[in-house]
Structure formats: structure tokens, C-alpha cells
Design a protein around this ligand. Structure first.
Ligand SMILES: *[C@@H]1O[C@H](CO)[C@@H](O)[C@H](O)[C@H]1NC(C)=O
Length: 489
């Protein structure tokens, strides 16, 4: 790592016109833009700006879409749970991801209102065929949390049939095929709901409860659940004898009608695929009360007549999830990044090891600030968190005579100045300070000796108060439109 960095450093320093921190940042960003977080074989459906409408907006199936950036730590953390959720929801709903870092998707993610990564949205088709209902998912980032939230939003086109209306149901559109599930449950499972969506417009799917004695008797049903296919016209009813699972059920019903061309996942309608990871348990143990909506035919739901609760549950406070700023754990890391004789401006947040509200607030605000600049494609000097376990933390505190448990400083090794942030840790106040650095306004202090790597004790006498334009020019040199550089800060 150090060797790599060293080479990179040489390369960059030799490119005289470039500010090396900026180039480093540019390289990092450029490199990340290529890699998608999910592999081709992933169960997560990869969608982009060009096919989002077709695959998500116009689908009859409910989808969850993750808007992510490959470099984002929370996105990487979410990946295993998201892939697991995708496996669980196979055939029931679409689990998709959009790489917002890819050039072709950047603008699209903006128009989707994506402000941080990952952003999860559940897209539920309108039953009336209009625009889908799109809601942010802010629930737990676990497979079970996601599966539960998505299955809750799978539309219900399953007709509930009672003894009172069974005749009507059967005589309606007599030539068309119908499917009936006889069940002991009062609710409609995600599996059956997804099947009804697969056959929307080509087959009516109904459900009869065991207590509807007349209907149960009429079909001679002895056990529950039982699936019956009425192929239409005068044809005899066929009882499904296979395993009560989505794949075999869809296959069974397909003898009477082709399902719609847009399944929730490519494998739906097929037999269960062999497990890719034999060790992985197919189901996730959720909270004790939670049902396993996927494997079971029935999802436990409170409702009697399906009320199609369009109203969302009370939303939890929106959580902005933005990649944190880089933490430098060792003296080498901070020296390489900021304290070389040629290092440009770095902003360092010195934070304690133990939990601290002030530190959390500061780091959140810095992450936010950096994120906004990245989003706006605007170059800014790097920001690092320096926890107290980094030996340089102590050294800096001592040399710079910092007394707070949380401190924010800017250091420019090349020009041998530093700045001490003394405001509160509110975002606005930090933004103003950062802005002042960019504009090279405000007071700087001369950097004490012993901080810069390998510096001789007689170095850098000139330095501080006088330089102004050069730094501004540096900070902005990569930016094609410097005048738009400040509005958001
Ligand atoms: C959605 O459902 C309609 C019937 O309501 C059907 O005609 C159409 O083909 C389905 N769309 C897709 C993409 O499967």
C-alpha cells in the first residue's frame, strides 16, 4: 500500500500542473465510477436510466430499488442483506439497484431525488394502471426488514370468494381460466398475490377460506391449502398435487394460460433453482412474531377484507445516509495524506475514541459537506477524521496547543500554515469556515516545526498571512466553473 502510494505520489508530483490531492481525489472518483457493486450473477436486478421505466415504473410487480454508489460504505454494508432479500423475494417482487456513480445514471438519480447513498425506494404499481406509488424505505437495513416491507406492498388482485358469491365468481367470464386457493388463513399470501399479478388479465385468481363449507364441499376439498385450476369452459377442474411453492404453482397454472411477459424475476415460473450457496439458510429468522412470508403460503396480516392500505405507516425520521469522511488510523496515513512537504490543504477533525455527541455532529456535518461537493462534481481539499488512537492526534494537539476533546483544523504543509476552527459544530458555521479557506480569507497561523514529515528545522519562514490568490487558484484550478464554486457551501 505504501509502495503504491509512493509511486502515485511521485507520478503526481511530477505532473507539475496538478494539485496532487485533487488528482488523487479525481483518480479515486474516476476509478470507482466503473465498478458496479453487484456482480452479473447477483440476484439483484441491475437497472439503469435507460430501462428503469420499462423494468420498474411500468411493471405490474412491486419493486424495491436501491440507488447507490460503489464507493459508499453503507452501500457495501447493505449488499449482503440486499442480496439475501433479493433471493427471498425471487418471483414475488423485483429487487433492483441503480449505480448512481455511472455517468449515464447521475442525472437520473438526481431527478429521482436521491440525496444520499444508499437510498431505497419501494415502487408499488397503481391498481388503476396509473403512475406507481413511490415511497422511500427507511426501515431496518436487514433482509427480513426489507422482505417484510416489500411483501406488504405487493398488490392484491386475489378475489376473496365466499359461499354467497361463489356462483357469481364461477359464472363470470366462463371461458376464461380461473385459479382458486383453498386455505385456512384469512389473509392472502405474498406468493398468491404475486401469482395473481403474473396472470393479471389472463386468469382470475381467487381464494376460499375453509369455513366456506358449501364451496369447500362443492370442490370436494379435504385438506388445506389446496390449489385448483379451472381451465375454462366445460373443462374439468384440476387439483394441484405438487409442492405448494411459487415456482411449481405457476408452472401448473401455465397449462391454462401464459403468464404475463414481465415476471418479478427471470426465474419465476421455473422450478426452484438449485441453491447457489448450500450453506446459506433459505430463510432468515426475523423477530419472534414475524411470519415467514415467502415460504409460507399465507402471510399473517391483521386485515379481514383487504383494505389496500395505501397510506404509509408513520414514517421514521428520515435518515440521511451519506458516506463518512475517511478516517486515518496511523501516523503513516496522515503523513502521506497531509503532512508531506508538498501536501496541500487538508481539513482534519481530531476526535476522541469514546462516543461523543460533538464528534458525531462534526463528522456528520463534514460528511454532508464533502458529499455535496462530490455530488456537484466540485473539487475540494480532502477531509479526514483523526481518532485519538492515531499517535499523530496527540502530537498535533500538543504542537498546536489544542485543548478541546473535538477539534477541527486545516493544515497546508506546503505553505506551512494552519487554521483553527473555533465556532460551534453546526453545519452552517463549518461551511463558512471552509468557504473562507477556499477563498483564502481569514486568519492563518504559521505551522510549528516538527509536524511536516522530514522538515529541517530552518524551513519555511515566509508563509502565511500574505498569500491569498495562489491558494484560491489552487483550490479551484480543477474546477471548470469556479464561479459556481461557493453557492452551496
Ligand atoms: C400488466 O397487466 C396487464 C393486465 O392488467 C397485462 O396486459 C400486461 O401485459 C402486464 N404487463 C406486463 C409488463 O406484464
Amino acid at each position: 500500500m505504501n509502495v503504491v502510494f509512493f509511486k502515485l505520489h511521485l507520478l503526481i508530483v511530477s505532473a507539475k500542473t496538478m494539485h496532487y490531492q485533487q488528482l488523487l481525489a479525481a483518480l479515486t472518483l474516476a476509478g470507482a465510477a466503473q465498478a458496479s457493486l453487484y456482480s452479473k450473477s447477483s440476484s439483484v436486478l441491475q437497472v439503469d436510466a435507460s430501462n428503469y421505466n420499462k423494468l420498474i415504473t411500468k411493471s405490474n410487480h412491486t419493486s424495491i430499488v436501491e440507488f447507490y454508489a460503489p464507493w459508499c460504505g453503507h452501500c457495501k454494508n447493505l449488499k449482503p442483506a440486499y442480496e439475501k432479500a433479493a433471493k427471498s423475494l425471487e418471483g414475488l417482487a423485483k429487487v433492483a439497484a441503480v449505480n448512481c456513480d455511472a455517468a449515464e445514471n447521475k442525472q437520473f438519480c438526481g431527478t429521482m431525488g436521491v440525496q444520499g447513498f444508499p437510498t431505497l425506494k419501494i415502487v408499488k404499481p397503481s391498481k388503476k394502471g396509473k403512475h406507481p406509488i413511490v415511497e422511500d424505505y427507511n426501515g431496518p437495513r436487514t433482509a427480513s426488514g426489507i422482505v417484510q416491507a416489500v411483501t406488504d406492498k405487493i398488490n392484491n388482485h386475489v378475489k376473496r370468494i365466499t359461499d354467497a358469491d361463489v356462483e357469481t365468481f364461477l359464472s363470470n367470464d366462463k371461458e376464461a381460466p380461473k385459479a382458486i386457493l383453498f386455505t385456512e388463513k384469512s389473509t392472502t399470501s405474498a406468493v398468491l398475490r404475486s401469482i395473481a399479478i403474473d396472470f393479471l388479465g389472463v386468469m382470475t385468481v381467487g381464494q376460499v377460506r375453509n369455513k366456506e363449507a358449501k364451496t369447500v364441499e362443492m370442490f370436494g376439498i379435504k385438506s388445506f391449502p389446496t390449489l385448483v385450476l379451472l381451465p375454462g369452459g366445460e373443462q374439468e377442474a384440476i387439483v394441484f398435487e405438487g409442492e405448494m411453492k411459487r415456482g411449481p404453482m405457476v408452472e401448473f397454472l401455465s397449462q391454462a394460460a401464459e403468464p404475463n411477459p414481465d415476471p418479478a424475476s427471470p426465474s419465476s415460473g421455473k422450478k426452484d433453482k438449485p441453491k447457489e450457496k448450500p450453506k446459506e439458510k433459505p430463510k432468515e429468522k426475523a423477530k419472534p412474531k414475524a411470519e415467514e412470508p415467502v415460504e409460507d403460503i399465507i402471510v399473517e396480516e391483521p386485515a379481514e377484507p383487504e383494505s389496500e392500505a395505501e397510506a404509509p405507516p408513520p414514517p421514521p425520521p428520515p435518515k440521511r445516509d451519506i458516506p463518512p469522511i475517511t478516517t486515518l488510523l496511523t501516523s503513516d496515513e496522515i503523513t502521506n495524506a497531509c503532512l508531506q512537504p508538498k501536501s496541500g490543504t487538508c481539513v482534519l477533525a481530531l476526535v476522541p475514541e469514546e462516543k461523543s455527541e460533538a464528534a458525531d455532529a462534526l463528522l456528520d456535518n463534514l460528511a454532508d459537506l464533502v458529499h455535496r461537493n462530490v455530488k456537484a462534481d466540485r473539487k475540494l481539499f480532502p477531509f479526514y477524521a483523526i481518532p485519538s488512537l492515531n499517535p499523530t492526534h496527540t502530537q498535533l494537539s500538543k504542537s498546536l496547543e489544542l485543548s478541546g476533546s473535538v477539534e477541527l483544523v486545516a493544515i497546508n504543509a506546503k505553505r506551512s500554515w494552519w487554521r483553527h476552527y473555533q465556532g460551534d459544530f453546526s453545519e452552517l458555521s463549518i461551511m463558512e469556515w471552509v468557504d473562507a479557506i477556499r477563498l483564502s480569507e481569514g486568519a492563518k497561523s504559521k505551522l510549528p516545526e516538527g509536524i511536516i514529515a522530514g522538515e529541517s528545522s530552518t524551513s519555511s519562514e515566509e508563509a502565511t498571512e500574505t498569500e491569498t490568490k495562489t491558494e484560491t487558484a489552487e483550490a479551484e484550478s480543477e474546477s471548470p466553473k469556479p464561479e459556481d464554486g461557493h453557492d452551496e457551501l
